[in-house]
Design a binder for this molecule. Structure first.
Ligand SMILES: NC(=O)c1ccc[n+]([C@@H]2O[C@H](COP(=O)([O-])OP(=O)(O)OC[C@H]3O[C@@H](n4cnc5c(N)ncnc54)[C@H](OP(=O)(O)O)[C@@H]3O)[C@@H](O)[C@H]2O)c1
Length: 242
């Protein structure tokens, strides 16, 4: 079993840890090159690689990089990716400070539709709704109360079935969340986003999403997070000088 992961940060490392635990050979790549991944190799058991080596994995290739970085990937990178490999996109678009402005998404294109168009391959949106630490810590056997559900949106039923099987193997319920065009239902600002719901509540939250509200709710959450960080910094300054 082979997986490639682009991105060695929070989400890439968390998924990598679960995959190596399941027996996958995981080739991981980042922007700084294989030499920067020696610590991940020792800790998680990944194989450090180049971007080109990561996309050659036969089973899964995970994009675990900020949205702006998708536009920086080499043109044609995914031509080396086997046609049957399932490409998973864990990304979320946070406009402004982190991701800048991506005009098609600002105009309403779902994040992962844009990613799919950029890389020239179908993708499934998966792992974007769960905090990285919960991927490592919260997997439990099927039927355990509180088991977290991972929605999987995309257009190819066979690929979705493989991704849902992967979720199950990692200790989560997997749910077919519709087409990639429907994937806005699990983006930042939706009722399901980072709530770590079980299967029934995930299904309900996806259905409850209101497209016209998503961007405003996301932007409001970003504003509150900025304010919280600023207030925290002020408290830190006050504490330091008192
Ligand atoms: N953190 C979470 O809990 C979480 C949960 C769900 C979804 N997500 C989403 O997943 C994405 C990644 O989040 P994260 O928290 O894992 O970010 P992160 O910890 O900042 O890691 C980002 C990774 O992307 C790599 N990268 C950046 N530009 C690249 C490029 N041009 N080519 C190759 N690799 C590149 C970085 O490599 P270098 O270190 O070499 O620069 C780094 O390994 C975001 O869209 C985020 O919203 C995050």
């Amino acid at each position: 079993m082979q997986a490639g992961i682009i991105g060695s940060g929070n989400i890439g490392s968390a998924v990598a840890r679960k995959l190596t635990g399941l027996g996958y050979r995981v080739v991981m790549a980042n922007s700084r090159g294989p030499d920067s991944l020696a610590d991940r190799a020792a800790d998680i058991g990944i194989v450090p690689g180049t971007l080109e080596e990561a996309v050659r994995a036969t089973d899964f290739v995970l994009l675990a990089i900020p949205e702006f970085a998708v536009a920086q990937l080499p043109v044609g990178l995914f031509s080396a990716c086997p046609p049957d490999a399932v490409i998973l996109d864990a990304g979320n678009y946070y406009p402004g400070v982190r991701d800048g402005q991506i005009a098609p998404i600002d105009a309403g294109m779902p994040d992962s539709v844009w990613v799919s168009e950029r890389i020239g391959r179908p993708v499934l949106k998966m792992f974007n709704t769960i905090h990285a630490n919960r991927i490592v810590e919260s997997g439990v056997s099927k039927g355990t109360p509180g088991r977290i559900c991972l929605p999987v949106a995309g257009d190819d039923p066979d690929m979705k079935a493989k991704a849902i099987q992967l979720a199950e193997a990692m200790g989560f319920d997997g749910l077919d969340a519709g087409t990639l065009a429907d994937s806005w239902r699990q983006q930042p600002g939706t009722p399901v986003y980072c709530q770590h719901f079980g299967l029934d509540d995930t299904r309900r939250a996806l259905a409850d999403a209101r497209r016209e509200e998503v961007q405003a709710v996301r932007d409001d959450a970003m504003q509150r997070a900025r304010q919280w960080a600023e207030d925290g910094a002020k408290v830190g300054v006050w504490n330091a000088s008192s």
